[in-house]
Write a new protein. Sequence first.
Length: 625
Amino acid sequence: MCGIAGKFNLDRRPMDAGLLARMAGLLTHRGPDEEGLYVSGPIGLASRRLSIIDLDTGKQPISNEDGTVWVVLNGEIYNFVELRSMLEGRGHRFRTRTDTEVIVHLYEEHGVALLEHLRGMFAFALWDQTRRQLLLARDRLGEKPLFYSYVPGKFLLFASELKSLLVDDELRGSLNRAAVDQYFSLLYIPAPATIFNEVQKLPAAHYLLCAEQGITVQEYWDVPLPPEGEEDRLDETVLRDHLREAVRIQLRSDVPVGAFLSGGIDSTTIVGTMAEYVGPRIVTCSVGFAEQDHNELSHARIVAEQLGTLHRECLVPPATPDLIEQLCWHFDEPFADSSAVPTWAVSRLARQRVKVALSGDGGDELFGGYSRHALELWEHLLRRGGRVASWSLGQLASALPAGFRGRNTLARLRAEPDEACAIKFQFASRADRFKAQIYSPDFRHEMGARDALEPFRQAYLRAQKASPVNRILYVDLKTSLPDDMLVKVDRMSMAHGLEVRAPFLDHHLVELIARLPGRVKVPGPATKPLLRSILNGRISRVAWDRPKHGFTAPIGRWLRAELRAYAEDLVFSPSSVSRELFDRKGLRRLWQDHLAERENHEHELWMLLMLEVWNRMHTRAGVAA
């Protein structure tokens, strides 16, 4: 695991080694163990390394035998042992025992097609001196990030984190107002956009080729989606074997490995499978809150006791201004998923004992763990009654009380299916009402023709031949998983120099589950029956067989108490970024309604707070709106 950065001067100017070192310096938290630089003419590659595999000789950048191919890698190639054996059989000579070195030799054999052979989480940059070509690539599910800025004829700049790009004086960042609008729908900014117009995220499962003539961005893998009725049959033995294999290869490490444990189905499945290989003495880590409606520590404790793990736990205190500013510094752009707070805490707790932790990330998106997955199925069944019946039920929704259970489902029947699916991914059903309340007239007019949910509609349309459940699971895997969940885990774990691995996201396992009928993943209101079948009889149902509990923080209470003065001062400051974008009276009404507990606006206010802290932290005098 590392942080990587670099620059390719397309006009053939010599690379500034000092700039490269400054870019790498801002990634020290990602790779605290050592720094490596490669500079040759117009190209520069940098690495900050967190030593996990081959502690002694795995320093990056790494080259082939004659120094014509160089690579820096962020992540892990889990099948490097098998790849190395194959490459040695074809005559390649290795100087290290690290997984990074297999990439240069695979490139010599296969060129860009090397990506088909990699099994892991990764973002890497590879320089081909002979072709004068730079290859950037990101893993299939988007576990590792990669940002870039391209100016034709001048340069391509890239890094694991956005802040590393901003040290280059040639990059002048201007506020991406459309991205701000997406942020206020989703709590985050989806790829390929970033908060700056001049910077993009390389999407998951894509590569970028850059030569002096220009760049090409290409998708190299997609979640397989057989048409409805043509899915594979379920073989539970095969499922168990794939899961065991995914866990086994992700246990490869030259440093101690532990696990996150919430006591839910996903993390319990992973820790239980780990125990089959390494025995009971696994370090497991859990966090909770003093507020019992946000606390799952007792469930995790039951699992840990039954498996005999070396369990550690702690309570997360209320967020402080210092913590909020640390979160904003690590995210680099506005990010308001409140589960970042407990993820920060559990990462810090784990790093005290281990350098690598396995997690249950991806279980919900792969096996059908969110309520929206079952809702998509029910909406599909209701629509089968015909457009007139669907429209009538949708009209009925407008007469029901705002809090009536099922009202939103009925209301969505009036919308086209792609819109109804996309709306499920908003942070709340009231996102549009929130925007109408706080946007200034000018900002509202500017955003009027834009569709903040376009990435979800596009993913839905790509999967339109699949069954309803497989379709929405596909949307999850292609959007909120890489852009929200995995961003949160990457930044919060890397803030503490901790590598987090997600066995559920092994692409062999993903492909197996994606080809199964939706009805075996979401047969009705019960969630994740496939994982439940794996756990049944192995671990007490008392721990994991319960309604889903989100990994969220009690931010609403904090904003009324410990954070009240801090948040009010920032959001309503005369120098706030909101002066250009928002209606001040609307903001004040929102704030007062939350304080008086007339309405719970915790997510809306948290978004406003995180945007303002980001604005002050990442700009000298505020971004020009």
